[in-house]
Design a protein around this ligand. Sequence first.
Ligand SMILES: [Zn+2]
Length: 427
Amino acid sequence: MSFDPTPVFARIEARREELVALTRDLVQIPTINPPGENYTDCARFVGDRLKRHGFDVRYVRAEGSIGDSNRYPRTNLIARWESGRPGPCVHFNSHIDVVEVGSGWRHDPFAATVLDGRIYGRGTCDMKGGLAASIIAVESLIEQHSELIGNLEISATADEESGGYGGVAYLCEEGWFSRSRVDHVIIPEPLNQDRVCLGHRGVWWAQIETHGRIAHGSMPFLGDSAIRHMSAVLAAFERDLFPRLKEKRTTMPVVPDGARESTLNINSLHGGQGESFDGLPTSIVADSCRMIIDRRFLIEEELGEVKNEVRQLLESLRTERPKFNYTLKDLFEVVPTITTERDAPVVRSVAAAIEYVLGKPADFVVSPGTYDQKHIDRIGRLKDCIAYGPGILDLAHQPDEYVVIDDMLDSAKVMALATHELLHTNR
Ligand SMILES: [Zn+2]
């Protein structure tokens, strides 16, 4: 360590209450996606603050992206601070959207209650706590170190939870994440404050539909129930597919441990009459049943092979089961990545900072799910990108999600120290 980080750490610690207040303010703007509520309010709240701290602030609406409308505009913020001296650019990217609340909460999900050193609420962990920590880290660093070189950026972006097309993907297409503007990217997703996240497993979402024939429900033998056909698919999943997936283990350092196996989640299942109508049903045999599957796969598996596994199972049902007929539709796919090399600058700087701040070596991990790194890598072609941020990974999207205030402070120190390392002439 070539310089003394004590003053900037003291500055961060002195702003503990400000960090808590900032996190609470962010959580109290409910940015639930779908549909993508209050993105503009949240982006402007962050932008107004950073403007007061000397950042040049731009708002980019992802016009025409999936879900974008005048009612629910996909508003993204990019804030840039320039030192006036040539040098690289460190970019912190956080998504501002949160998932639906769900049931099982003891705390008001948007009150951002502070209790026992934690802040509770939807988005505290994933990932407004990380956004707040990065803002405090960067502001403190700029105030303390007038000798920094290069540039700093903070973005607050839309739609990560629904694929990132109205957020980071759009910004990448428009050149905001490109080698001419940005060198190092840190995404403060909740991977725990002592871990550097290098990549993610693959994902394949698909819809399986079974087809039947409508008839009167009192004479089901005159029709053909798509739901019964789907139950055969489910039985085959239980009998053949789930046990096979459990046997596949990866060498990728995926956390938590359960995600080192291949997994499949049945996202939804709908058959027969719609659920939106609350009157009595009419008597019919279901002619359609649709299931959405969310398959997460390992670097050792090929996407084609992952799809074939499901297709073959459906094909064998077609030969075994009379009148079985299906369609399989791809919805979304991302191949697994470990894009970032262990000796890449951002990896080395953050790992060294973790060791300094926490007094233990950093863990290198891979995320069970994808996040916006995929767009920064594939569209933006920026390889020096990691996820690093406070928040306990397992709490993401859960009821009573929380972030530990001390973890936010620790990670803010790590972010400040790593950024100093990247934006210092004596590197
Ligand atoms: Zn997230």
